[in-house]
Design a protein around this ligand. Structure first.
Ligand code: DX5
Ligand code: ZN
Length: 223
């Protein structure tokens, strides 16, 4: 992994030409962010297991699956079988987050935990301990839709988590999701996020690959 990576969110792609869009970013990116929404935890529906399974067949990118669903424990197995590499669930959506992390790891996958911007930051402090989880996903918009504006308070949250992860010796990836674009990416990465999810700022552009390359250049990564 480079010091910083961009995980383009497929939500903003043209699903009629989905592999064309994925192939556009593949020369520059290592991750692909896949947003799964259930219409319950968030007021929207998106893609599910069959789409991820098909994408897995046609690309080698690290599939970074973001579950915005109310009963994640019921679905991690099919999402693992579909070929996800990281499976991230929301802390708000389960009473047994530690068991769920173990379940995901037991399936041979990396486990991530995400936090809604309206949830107190402390809710995921226990997961900042060394080895507790593989990825922390800070939502910098209210989950549910692409194209929203970055919530400015997210920066302090990222910096707080960065310090705690470092103090604890945790190597978990600190990721940020929502409103990341050419105006906000430097702020989020300077605060300590190393995996920057960007949907509309990549797949919403005419040439997603070049848009990703430009974002990388803004955070000091070259090709
Ligand atoms: C929103 C999703 C995001 C979304 C980001 O709930 O989790 O991954 O695609 O879109 P942008 O980058 O456009 O804010
Ligand atoms: Zn997402």
């Amino acid at each position: 992994m480079r010091k910083h990576e961009i995980s383009p969110s497929l939500l903003s792609a043209d699903f009629g030409y989905v592999m064309r869009d994925v192939e556009s970013i593949a020369p520059y990116c290592r991750f692909l962010h896949l947003d799964v929404m259930d219409g319950h935890y968030v007021p929207n529906l998106t893609i599910g297991v069959p789409v991820i399974k098909s994408i897995r067949k046609h690309c080698d990118l690290i599939l970074d699956t973001h579950l915005m669903i109310t009963n994640p424990e019921e679905f991690v197995e099919p999402f693992a079988a579909a070929g996800s590499d990281y499976i991230t669930f929301h802390v708000e959506c389960t009473d047994k987050p530690f068991e769920l992390i173990e379940k995901i790891r037991g399936l041979g996958k990396k486990a991530g935990i995400s936090i809604h911007p309206d949830t107190p930051a402390e809710a995921i402090y226990p997961f900042l301990e060394k080895g507790a989880v593989d990825l922390i996903l800070v939502m910098s918009v209210r989950p549910g839709f692409g194209g929203q504006s970055y919530i400015p308070e997210s920066t302090a949250r990222i910096a707080d988590y960065r310090k705690r992860l470092d103090d604890n010796g945790s190597e978990a990836i600190l990721s940020v999701d929502g409103g990341i674009n050419t105006s906000t990416i430097e702020e989020a990465s300077s605060a300590g996020a190393s995996l920057l999810v960007a949907g509309s700022a990549v797949f919403g552009k005419e040439n997603p690959g070049l848009a990703a390359k430009e974002l990388y250049s803004m955070i000091g990564e070259t090709f």
